[in-house]
Design a protein around this ligand. Sequence first.
Ligand SMILES: Nc1ncnc2c1ncn2[C@@H]1O[C@H](COP(=O)(O)OP(=O)(O)OP(=O)(O)O)[C@@H](O)[C@H]1O
Length: 369
Amino acid sequence: MSSGPLLQLRELDCGYGAQSVVRHLNLHLNRGEIGCLLGPSGCGKTTTLRAIAGFEPVSAGEILLGDTLISRKGHTLAPEKRRIGMVFQDYALFPHLTVAENVAFGIRKQPDYERTVRDMLELVHLTPLGKRYPHELSGGQQQRVALARALAPEPELLLLDEPFSNLDGDLRRRLSHEVREILKARGTSAILVTHDQEEAFAVSDQVGVFKDGRLEQWDTPYNLYHEPLTPFVASFIGQGYFIRGQLLDPETVQTELGVIRGNRAYVMPAGSSVDVLLRPDDIVYAPDSPLKTLIVGKTFLGASTLYRLQLPTGNQLEGIFPSHADFRTGESVGIAIAADHLVVFPAQGSIAAHEKFPESGVRRYSSDI
Ligand SMILES: Nc1ncnc2c1ncn2[C@@H]1O[C@H](COP(=O)(O)OP(=O)(O)OP(=O)(O)O)[C@@H](O)[C@H]1O
């Protein structure tokens, strides 16, 4: 299999009629990779997916699949000519066809289609259920049939639109891992749309975080968490708090927790007021540390415990400690900061800051809350 970009979106604009939804979108997906479009409701994920599938025209920019230009303004290659498969949230199986007939639907004209159907059913672990009808299957089984049906014609790219959102907790997690394994085993490239971060991270190699029709960052899950490029990505991905600090030099910040030194250099002038991102795993239990905090909340998570910690100023943070170290609310504990991926942004309210925080798993200045 050749590597290199399979899908390229260049300066893409698309929407509905005169309404522009997605603007200046650039991304590329290499062959064999799984990408994900992640973001709050209404930010344009499904619109982008539909443009890739060929269901919506584009108003500027272009989409390439391999070397073929499949969309640009005034030209939309028909969906059935794109070699792109789709899996939908509601499975969209044909109710009057059996499982095997559903899987065979797009390949019936191929001479050895029966063998392909058998292989596909085996791939998705549904061999014994080939003669059943969709209404005789669970939600997870129906989604596996939809996956087998989409993979049977060997698409170059598979698009999955919120494929697990009708399934609940545990099944959702299991099926998302299973789908990743199946796609990886076949080397199938895919783009998944979801608003569930855990699912995005479990399935994808690259994740794009959308905000208001713009892609803020297209990156690995690790980089999105540890090296967010914008305050929105920092707050949308993961949990944590922003605390106020002052940049001492490109890698060092003075905060109420003392001096924090990271491994990234910031180009803002020394003395700049900054917001420092502290995630729960940046705060470590350190019994001998002079830095003491008061435990004001506690959530037992099994292997670890998430503590809400109050600083002497009244500001709060969250810290995640191994659950062997068990403390009660009201106790004082020593902490240290292990934020080698130091993430800072111009302080909100300062001249350099221009971002708003519309929603977040990350909060700022917790004493304000
Ligand atoms: N058929 C349509 N006609 C006009 N506007 C639409 C249409 N479909 C979606 N929109 C609008 O386009 C914007 C983006 O919608 P889209 O479905 O792409 O968002 P999304 O990120 O997939 O959201 P969600 O997670 O809720 O599915 C929204 O403002 C939505 O109201």
